[in-house]
Design a binder for this molecule. Structure first.
Ligand code: HPA
Length: 281
């Protein structure tokens, strides 16, 4: 029989996630990962601060994964030993919806993390801020999202409740670590072009405060898989029309680089607090 593929729509995507999780267990020697993290622009340095690196696996060696098409993303899956005997899976290989490879590939890492045992999915990104006082370099907790991609990772009549998608409980733990953390509503656009000022004005009118090109579809898949979601954005720039100068990917990367050390420290402290909570559960 042919190996299950994400391109075969007759095969459920979880079949490929099961293969991927098995490959990860074999390559890392870690049978169960408790927390998974996807590190977006500006968050890459966090991996090495979380704990002891057990193994780094090139993404293209795991079924269903491909190398990230975005400069600034590492293209690896890293297994890290945390305190309390728990393990984190750090995903540095995000597939974006705008790459046009289909929504199954966008959420494959999340489904793999769920099969690998993760109960908590931490989704991070670099994004544009709509609130003028969010200077580039500000981390913001995602409290909810608006999905403007017109897509869903769910297949068939799968009616999943999203009422508390970005877990209030996990946001509470994050705010115990850093009480200055603000919260905002993330609006996922398809991209890869940045938004027009009119689109940013619309996003604000409909209740958004952060604009970006990832995360919402992944969060939905995480919830379908039964995981608790923690979402965090690094504001790399003010959104189009909020800042008067044109946006550039170089500016986004530079803001990410500048904030990276601080963010890594913050994320490491939040993950340690979440791990302590999971270990006690
Ligand atoms: N819009 C969308 N995605 C982004 C932005 C933005 O302003 N900045 C970083 N990623």
């Amino acid at each position: 029989m042919a190996e299950p593929s994400l391109d075969d729509l007759e095969t459920p995507p979880t079949a490929v996630a099961e293969l991927a999780a098995a490959a990860l267990a074999e390559r890392t020697g870690v049978v169960r990962h408790d927390i998974a993290l996807t590190l977006g622009s500006g968050w890459g340095e966090a991996a090495e601060r979380l704990g002891r690196t057990v193994a780094v696996v090139p993404a293209e060696e795991v079924p269903g994964f491909t190398r990230s098409g975005v400069p600034g993303h590492s293209g690896t899956l890293t297994s890290i030993e945390l305190e309390h005997g728990l393990h984190a899976l750090v995903i540095g290989a995000r597939t974006h919806f705008y790459e046009g490879r289909g929504v199954r590939r966008v959420v494959h890492s999340v489904r793999t993390a769920a099969v690998a045992g993760a109960r908590v999915m931490v989704l991070t990104n670099g994004a544009g801020g709509i609130r003028p006082h969010w200077k580039p370099g500000t981390p913001v907790l995602i409290e909810d999202h608006i999905n403007l991609t017109a897509a869903s990772p769910l297949e068939g009549a799968t009616f999943v409740d999203l009422t508390d998608l970005y877990s209030r409980r996990l946001r509470g733990i994050a705010r115990q670590v850093d009480p200055t953390l603000d919260e905002g509503v993330y609006v996922q656009f398809r991209g890869p072009h940045y938004e027009t000022p009119a689109e940013v004005a619309m996003a604000r009118t409909i209740g958004g405060s952060i604009v970006g090109m990832s995360t919402a579809l992944e969060a939905i898949a995480a919830r379908e898989a039964g995981m608790e979601v923690l979402g965090m954005s690094l504001i790399t720039n003010l959104a189009a029309g909020i800042q008067s100068t044109p946006l550039s990917h170089a500016e986004v990367l530079a803001a990410g680089k500048e904030a990276e050390g601080r963010l890594a420290d913050l994320l490491a402290r939040i993950v340690a607090a979440v791990a302590t909570d999971l270990a006690a559960a």
